[in-house]
Design a protein around this ligand. Structure first.
Ligand SMILES: [Zn+2]
Length: 274
């Protein structure tokens, strides 16, 4: 690992680990990865380490995208759920960063039938439908049913959900239709063409979930039992608005990134030695 391009990419990856922790999108669990900037069939992520403690290139592991096996067979222990990352990179060549989070604000929307919707303009990227992945559909007798996406099969089924089923992913269309997939009783995965975009989406998915929960509870508290409550009553962003806001989000996400880097640089918990 030597070139300036690679060094810059690793530095950004270490920052992403710290930023996601600083903003409570990950705790000791959860992870972020990047596609190798010079070897598109390889991705890079932290070894088995809490994101806040990732510091140097020694903490990172390269994996082949085709099966998520380590490039160096003697690599230290890695994350069981690296298959999330490998399979998303495999299916979407334009995607260069993947984030997986168990953020507690988001968890209720993975399991109770209330759809996660874009509640404010910073989360237009959520679009009008956020798919939910249910790993239990893919379990076979004898599997340890721990919800972990720890095989190519589980990862590829998750990656599929970023695309509408009627989108066959022709060679001319390899863009995901969705930016976020919720994971039932587990968390969510998001992606981006670059690190700031994926981190932005992770943080604002979490923020949006908190805003939506407050909006729903306030509505229920104020209107009480008269509410034959329909979540459609709330004025979430419509399709035109969410699309407009998505473009705005993508055009402005470099601004928070600079702030987020400074925040983690200013905290003595985090070290970036790349
Ligand atoms: Zn997980």
């Amino acid at each position: 690992m030597s070139s300036n391009t690679l060094r810059e990419a690793l530095r950004e990856l270490v920052y992403a680990n710290h930023i996601l922790h600083y903003h409570d999108a990950v705790d000791a669990y959860g992870h972020v990865s990047i596609r190798h900037p010079e070897k598109p069939d390889v991705y890079i992520m932290s070894g088995y380490l809490a994101p806040a403690l990732v510091e140097s290139p020694d903490d990172l592991i390269e994996y082949y995208i085709h099966d998520s096996s380590p490039v160096n067979p003697d690599s230290k222990k890695g994350y069981q759920e690296r298959f999330i990352h490998g399979e998303v990179f495999k299916r979407y060549p334009e995607i260069n960063c993947v984030v997986h989070s168990h953020a507690e604000q988001v968890l209720p929307y993975t399991m109770n039938g209330v759809a996660l919707r874009p509640a404010f303009h910073m989360a237009g990227f959520l679009g009008q439908h956020v798919p939910i992945y249910d790993i239990t559909k893919f379990y076979q007798d004898g599997d340890q049913q721990d919800m972990l996406v720890n095989t190519v099969k589980f990862g590829s089924e998750l990656a599929n959900l970023f695309t509408e089923t009627n989108n066959s992913l022709s060679p001319n269309n390899k863009s995901p239709d969705h930016t976020v997939v919720l994971m039932k009783r587990h968390g969510f995965t998001t992606l981006g063409k670059n690190v700031p975009e994926a981190v932005y989406r992770a943080l604002y998915t979490k923020t949006n979930a908190g805003v939506q929960t407050n909006a729903v509870m306030l509505h229920k508290a104020y209107f009480g039992s008269q509410a034959a409550f329909d979540q459609q009553d709330l004025p979430y962003l419509n399709g035109i608005e969410s699309e407009g806001c998505r473009k705005m989000n993508e055009g402005t996400q470099d601004k928070p990134w600079k702030l987020w880097v400074r925040e983690v640089e200013a905290s003595s918990l985090y070290k970036n030695l790349t």
